[in-house]
Design a protein around this ligand. Structure first.
Ligand SMILES: N[C@@H](CCC(=O)N[C@@H](CS)C(=O)NCC(=O)O)C(=O)O
Length: 339
């Protein structure tokens, strides 16, 4: 018996060491990597996920530019499994994140870099990038402001609206874990580069959505994210009030609006939108309506719904309606925002 246990232990260890080598991950610098060639059959290819914020962003951008691409859907643990940690995907991105845009076989990492690269390589390079340098720099400020940057976005939620999103997505992440088996989540503990992220999913699975409101540190993150998002969106409200058109830099719809579209869409998706768009934010309201009217919203966001997200959202909406304590725990935090 002892020998059998010893044998199983050694076999598991050998398996882990081999797998770990094959699936080694590392942070990748943003931009195009011309030293890498990925097998491809189309000029543009996109590795992305239905739910991922950054994937939505580049899909919207490509739709606006009317650039066709070959689609490769990659599951993340929140949508079912760690396909982003598979050997095949790590050849495309050793950083194990989506989206990855491929141009003529070369990968472009970081979604904000993908936006700028695709827009400047489109038939009309000024379609989404203003010619006027001053407007371009405003656009760049907001592209950054809507980006999800760094390995620990939650720690930098006051820097960008993109970084304030994970904290607000936390409840739906927890609801979605209801449908993901433990053994799949455990894969992240073994192979994910960011152990904190992998551990987070295991912890919220273990606690379950109904006990989310008992987890004080997570509630704190949500509360801080709400405040941070209020600050970012109040800044946007002022910019829109002073804009000489309906978009961030004026009459031209730019990459800045692409970034903002997916932020608003995520707030809608995770049932936070009414917290931020109120009678006190008339410019945000009109802007959000205009964003939803774009063809790219239908083509790159609406058409990519994921069943786990739909079920997760239904759980959150039901809990907020049927459990007053749950709703209050998420929404009753006093908001003090510097205007
Ligand atoms: N800064 C990167 C962020 C990429 C990123 O974190 N992507 C998330 C989805 S939005 C992801 O792939 N997460 C999977 C994981 O870390 O396991 C970008 O803008 O492309």
């Amino acid at each position: 018996m002892q020998m059998l246990v010893g044998f199983i232990f050694v076999a598991a260890l050998v398996w882990y060491v081999i797998e770990h080598r094959q699936r080694s991950t590392r942070a990748m610098p943003g931009g195009i990597d011309k030293t890498v060639s990925i097998p491809h059959s189309q000029i543009w290819e996109l590795y992305h996920n239905d739910f991922s914020l950054c994937s939505k962003k580049i899909r919207v951008c490509l739709a606006e530019l009317d650039i066709g691409y070959k689609s490769h859907h990659i599951d993340l643990i929140e949508t079912g499994s760690y396909q982003n940690l598979s050997r095949a995907f790590l050849k495309v991105n050793p950083g194990a994140t989506v989206p990855v845009l491929i141009h003529q076989g070369h990968p472009i990492y970081e979604s904000h870099e993908q936006l700028k690269y695709s827009a400047s390589h489109a038939a009309n390079p000024y379609l989404l990038i203003p010619k006027d340098p001053e407007k371009k720099s405003i656009m760049e400020y907001w592209v950054h402001k809507t980006s999800l940057v760094g390995d620990d976005p939650i720690a930098a939620m006051n820097d960008t609206a993109g970084n304030a999103i994970p904290g607000l997505t936390l409840p739906i992440f927890s609801a979605m874990m209801t449908y993901i088996p433990y053994y799949r989540i455990a894969e992240g503990l073994l192979f994910h580069r960011l152990k904190k992220r992998a551990l987070f999913f295991m912890v919220i699975k273990l606690f379950g959505i109904k006990r989310l409101t008992k987890m004080k540190p997570l509630l704190k993150v949500i509360e801080q994210s709400v405040k941070a998002m209020h600050r970012h969106l109040q800044e946007l409200e002022r910019v829109l009030a002073n804009s000489d058109g309906k978009w961030i830099v004026g009459d031209q719809f730019t990459l800045a609006d692409v970034g903002m579209m997916v932020i608003f869409d995520r707030l809608l998706e995770v049932d936070w939108i009414d917290e931020f768009i109120t009678t006190e934010t008339p410019n945000l309201r009109n802007y959000w309506n205009d964003l939803q009217d774009r063809d790219s919203y239908a083509a790159a966001i609406d058409q990519f719904s994921h069943p786990t997200v739909v079920r997760g959202k239904a759980i959150i909406v039901d809990l907020k309606q049927g459990d007053e304590d749950f709703r209050k725990a998420l929404h009753s935090n006093p908001i003090e925002v510097d205007v």
